[in-house]
Design a protein around this ligand. Structure first.
Ligand code: HEC
Ligand code: HEC
Ligand code: HEC
Ligand code: HEC
Ligand code: HEC
Ligand code: HEC
Length: 422
């Protein structure tokens, strides 16, 4: 028995998966697997490091970070991020996948270093669109090398899914003024996270019907249902006031550490990105809420150059159910608020997967390539612009949906907020 203990644990995990009960040795802890919560007699280090015989930098037992992570996360542990599925159940992972999702090859991903793309390991070099504020660069976006460890800390963190914590060198590209610093206790797992790494849009437990006001429809998965994201959103909602976001909290804020200026709040579509925040939000005070949090111009490589942009709202709530299932995060910053958790906050992961998607990318009439700087399927949850029609059910002549939605659709309300700056 010279092998480290973890191997035994993985074998046990596999047996339990086989029995249909997916679990891990430390399910009660925030960080699953060998990541953190180390004791003074831990064997975890050996899952990744060799003291004298390492073949990768930082004494890693694999040559690259991707190679290291995928020794476990490509079918050994329950979370197979390469194929985007939970081993045993076959459910799609919350994050999607890096090479495959839902059984199909990816059409876009966060292209981490060493990820095989058409058989060639990727360099990981990429542009974080939306990171520019017009200071110190051409307004296109910060460039750097993306790795699994750009977002996750393999040693554990205070955040959901070991997303990176604040530290003294706490930026993806150190010292770049257009990036934000990581924040501790920023994204928290809700009490509904068991942890639950995967979901199925046809499973009632994963996608409960959110009843429309007054009636409780017979719960049916499918159209009109909301899937629960297992993290806090950072979107608060005060009765009688538009929703507000804490720009330092929640998953939207996490994505915005790199994609800064895409973090917009309620009312966003009506005000361009030169609107500066103009009021603070306090209890009981009638407040005007900034529609754009990190103002600045952007060159989106669409021929218009570096100009102000209008952006879809990201941090806000949406009560009415979508036309086809979409994921909504828990409202607020507190994973254990008094009362019921409300899963009606929309954000980056309502429209996008975190890792990669196999969604189709068919250019709209008149276009030869996909729009937007990424010019591909942009990690989207549904084919093409399926996410748009999911919420905007009232646009155009309705197509027949099968099965019929179980809830009456309510059009999104445009919430007027800050006074536009000319
Ligand atoms: C799941 C894999 C994994 C485990 C388990 C792990 N490490 Fe690491 N460690 C890494 C990776 C990957 C790096 C490279 C740094 C980076 O990319 O963030 C690293 C870097 C380090 C570093 C140098 C950088 C730093 O963060 O200070 C030290 C020291 C270190 N590990 C010690 C340990 C010790 C001690 C243990 C056991 C308690 C351990 N590691 C467990 C993956 C792991
Ligand atoms: C751009 C940031 C980012 C990068 C890069 C990234 N992840 Fe993730 N990862 C996330 C986020 C965010 C989640 C949570 C997704 C959710 O719950 O919807 C996540 C979730 C996970 C999970 C839990 C299962 C799941 O799908 O929710 C695992 C395991 C994981 N990541 C491993 C990896 C590995 C291995 C790599 C490199 C191959 C990687 N991640 C690269 C952001 C990232
Ligand atoms: C020695 C095996 C092993 C290695 C190597 C490993 N992991 Fe894990 N990791 C696990 C296990 C086991 C879990 C628990 C979930 C599961 O069973 O799939 C886990 C869970 C995770 C989670 C979810 C944590 C949570 O909060 O629930 C993330 C994110 C993650 N790993 C990222 C990484 C990254 C990034 C690397 C590479 C730096 C890596 N892992 C390397 C075994 C490993
Ligand atoms: C309402 C759905 C929706 C939400 C919410 C959303 N996105 Fe997107 N995103 C899209 C679509 C659709 C595209 C494809 C390009 C386009 O149509 O503008 C895209 C493209 C992108 C791109 C590629 C560059 C580009 O502009 O085309 C990045 C990066 C991105 N989104 C990041 C984010 C981040 C970060 C958040 C949260 C702060 C977010 N998105 C929230 C729908 C959304
Ligand atoms: C550590 C910095 C970093 C973080 C954090 C980050 N991204 Fe990215 N993102 C990048 C980089 C770099 C690229 C361009 C390279 C690539 O596509 O891999 C990118 C690309 C994208 C794209 C376009 C992908 C494509 O090829 O079409 C989308 C969409 C996106 N990110 C959404 C998100 C969302 C949603 C989150 C939060 C879960 C997030 N990003 C968090 C760095 C980051
Ligand atoms: C998760 C639900 C959701 C998705 C998905 C979604 N929207 Fe929206 N959309 C809204 C809400 C809510 C508003 C009102 C925003 C506000 O004023 O804060 C809105 C506002 C708009 C507006 C401004 C006009 C108005 O009614 O206020 C346009 C245009 C728009 N969305 C287009 C799109 C497009 C195009 C897509 C796909 C990329 C999309 N939406 C995806 C919920 C959504």
């Amino acid at each position: 028995m010279k092998r480290f203990k973890l191997l035994g644990v993985i074998a046990l995990g596999a047996v339990i998966v086989g029995a249909g009960l997916v679990t891990w040795a430390t399910p009660a802890q925030a960080n699953g697997g060998p990541h953190g919560n180390f004791t003074l007699t831990t064997s975890s280090c050996a899952g990744c490091h060799r003291a004298h015989t390492a073949i990768g930098p930082d004494l890693l037992k694999s040559e690259t970070v991707y190679g290291l992570c995928t020794t476990c996360h490509a079918g050994v542990a329950q979370t197979d991020v390469v194929h985007g599925q939970q081993v045993g159940t076959g459910k799609t992972l919350n994050g999607g996948g890096f090479e495959q999702v839902r059984g199909g090859a990816v059409s876009s991903s966060h292209t981490v270093e060493d990820l095989p793309v058409n058989g060639t390991p990727a360099t990981g070099a990429g542009t974080a669109w939306g990171s520019q504020d017009g200071v110190g660069d051409g307004g296109v976006g910060v460039q750097g090398t993306l790795e699994c460890t750009s977002c996750h800390n393999p040693h554990g963190s205070t955040n959901y899914r070991i997303l990176r914590d604040a530290s003294t060198t706490a930026k993806w590209v150190p010292n770049d003024p257009d990036l934000l610093s990581w924040v501790s206790y920023q994204v928290l797992a809700t009490r509904d996270d068991a942890p639950n790494y995967a979901f199925d849009v046809t499973t009632q437990a994963d996608c409960p019907v959110i009843p429309s006001t007054g009636t409780t429809p017979t719960p049916t998965p499918g159209p009109g249902t909301k899937c629960m994201s297992r993290f806090t959103s950072g979107v608060q909602s005060v009765t009688g006031q538009p929703s507000i976001i804490d720009p330092l909290k929640g998953m939207n804020a996490f994505c915005a550490t790199c994609h800064k200026s895409y973090l917009t709040m309620s009312g966003g579509p009506g005000f361009n990105s030169l609107n500066t925040p103009e009021a603070t939000v306090g209890p009981g005070t009638p407040t005007r809420i900034p529609s754009v949090i990190y103002p600045g111009t952007q060159d989106a490589l669409d021929g218009h150059g570096e100009v102000a942009r209008y952006r879809h709202s990201v941090g806000r709530t949406k009560g009415s159910p979508p036309k086809q299932p979409l994921r909504f995060a828990a409202r607020g910053n507190d994973p254990n608020p008094p009362g019921t958790l409300q899963y009606d906050a929309m954000g980056c992961l309502t429209c996008h997967f975190a890792h990669g998607t196999n969604a189709a990318a068919t250019p709209a009439a008149g276009d030869t390539i996909m729009p937007g700087p990424a010019a591909d399927s942009a990690l989207l949850f549904y084919d093409n612009r399926g996410v748009c029609i999911s919420c905007h059910q009232t646009v155009g002549v309705p197509a027949t949906v099968t099965p019929a939605p179980t809830n009456t659709s309510v059009p999104p309300t445009n919430t007027p907020t800050a006074t536009p700056v000319p």
